[in-house]
Ligand binder design. Structure first.
Ligand code: FE
Ligand code: FE
Ligand code: ZN
Length: 255
């Protein structure tokens, strides 16, 4: 069983996203919880959610992978940026409860010169302040390591998660472009990369995959996506990811 879908605009609400997914033949999808480059969120209407839940049930949708705004940086150096991160994160988790049982994915953040260790501390602090037992599972996305991004190695993600009390509410969303740019050879050594993920984090935490190609060489730390099959990773390697027996039932999002 493979769940596969793409990113869908949330501007017209949940039911519209569900209909669009059906039209695309998708059985999962990703969407932004709020304005990705700003932060404002639209009011959620119960009626719209109910329509969506019906569509999702009839369409046999797998887990959706909601995406936090890019402006959410839990380890910013400026207090007001961290405050926005905390508030948006908490509000997003509350909003996710309209469609319970899905995933909420966020970029761990950029430490902007404070150092990886301090970044990891601030991210785990935000998680500890906001995770609740009864809420949706939150995913940390693997990052390319552009600038001062935290989460460029499996070890960094693990080190955030092991500082979190409710760490069973956490998982990982692996982005193929990002891990490639971070240096993991998913083209020639996919098995070895997944074994390493298993050793460092544990495959049971791998909850979603962003399928992206990359414009740059492995280890470039650039994070520039290419159209599928038109980058350095290539179609064949991405198909191997989708077909990998360890990754069955995980939602694949074509970004
Ligand atoms: Fe992302
Ligand atoms: Fe991604
Ligand atoms: Zn990216």
């Amino acid at each position: 069983m493979i769940y596969i879908g793409s990113h869908i605009s949330s501007s017209k609400g949940y039911a519209a996203m569900g209909r669009q997914a059906l039209k695309l033949g998708a059985d999962t999808f990703a969407f932004f919880t709020r304005n990705p480059r700003g932060g404002s969120a639209k009011e959620i209407r119960q009626e719209d959610v109910d329509k969506f839940l019906k569509i999702a049930k009839e369409g046999g949708f797998g887990k959706l992978v909601a995406h936090a705004p890019y402006t959410l940086n839990a380890c910013a150096s400026r207090e007001e940026v961290r405050t926005f991160a905390r508030e948006a994160f908490a509000d997003d988790l509350r909003r996710m409860e309209y469609i319970p049982g899905n995933y909420y994915n966020f970029h761990p953040g950029s430490h902007v010169g404070q150092g990886t260790e301090e970044g990891i501390r601030l991210i785990s602090e935000m998680l500890n302040e906001n995770l609740k037992k009864e809420q949706t599972t939150t995913l940390l996305e693997t990052m390319a390591g552009k600038g001062t991004e935290v989460g460029r190695t499996f070890e960094e993600l693990q080190s955030i998660m092991e500082k979190v009390q409710l760490s069973d509410k956490l998982g990982v969303c692996l982005d193929t472009c990002h891990v490639w740019d971070a240096g993991y050879d998913i083209v020639n050594d996919l098995d070895e990369v997944l074994e390493e993920f298993d050793r460092v984090i544990g495959l049971k935490r791998l909850k979603a995959i962003h399928i992206n190609d990359s414009l740059n060489e492995r280890g470039s730390h650039k994070d520039r996506h290419a159209r599928i099959g038109e980058g350095r990773i290539g179609l064949e390697a991405l198909v191997r990811v989708i077909r990998h027996p360890c990754l069955e039932r995980i939602p694949f999002i074509l970004e």
